[in-house]
Write a protein that binds this ligand. Sequence first.
Ligand SMILES: [Zn+2]
Length: 366
Amino acid sequence: MPPNKPKQPIKAFNNTLDMVDAYTWNIDAIYDWIGEVADDPAKFGAPEKGDDLEAKKAHLEKIKKQIIKLGVPAPRWKGGEEYQDAQLTPNQHIRRRLNTNNVPPPPEYTYIEPPIEKSPFEVNGSESQKKNGNGAAVLFPSMLFWNPCDLMGLFLSTIGLAPAAANKEQFYVPLLAMFGLWCAKISPPVWKDGNSRNHGNYFPAVVQCTWGKAQGVPGARDDFFLGASYSGISLAGPWSPTQYFWDRVVRYERFKLVPIQSLKFDDSPARGNGSGTADVPGHRFGNCAETYPFTNMMRDPSHNLQGIAINSRYTSYPAPEKKIKDNIVDPCFNCQDWILRCRGTVNNFAKAGTVKKLWVPPPAMF
Ligand SMILES: [Zn+2]
């Protein structure tokens, strides 16, 4: 065998799923699979103990239904009721309700152009909690979910632990690549000039997987969590002030998920290196694909977490499997900040080797 020949991906979910084969599945095939998993999770690696299994089954069924309501309508499964709700137009891949309460502007709302007007919608997230459920007493936080991509990440992360032989090349990269390609089926972007922004559905720019040894579980298997960056909003057509404000409302909802005290919405290492200037480019905390994975996993320094992130551009190519490696990206300054606060190792999340760092490390959270 040539020395650099890539190793074959290992099969996922109790040796049932060829992830590379699943890269090409259409939306109905994806829904068939999540339906099968929700019907019989033990077959796919969920714990086989009675109570745990029943709870997991109910939980997966709930997530499945929510994904199908928020995704585009599928030819056979249909769905899309909450995506294209006639009372809540234009279509959005976001669980939402009319804003009847005059959503207050996020704190530090200092933009003056375009003019501040109230958002047409509020985010109407539904609460969910990933349960390890393999006999361990590990509790993940209960969080709000409103986007089908993040819900798909939750679904895949909830079924069971990673295979014992899981490693970056043979398990996490193909798992994450499959997840991104599935997101592109349930929440399809319109690509133009290398991005999906302003062309209809705002597709996640990045997908991420974080993993580490499951705590309190016999054996040494990994737990993992998949997430997508800010997405789901429709910014097609002229960018009106109300759309603009809705965009900020969704960004603020994601910001609120980040469990770091004392953060400010308009201030982050990626935005002017913490200068406190609101009208600088760069993204806020909560924007990143790491938001759900880190909130769930980044809780204990002894976890020795690792992670990988891929720019979603790879999903736009006719042969996406050939573009995955080129699109792996380093964690941004905000995510590096978060890792360091949790006394994690930034280079465990690197594309390769050492991550470029530019700022003073933050204080540790624990
Ligand atoms: Zn980031």
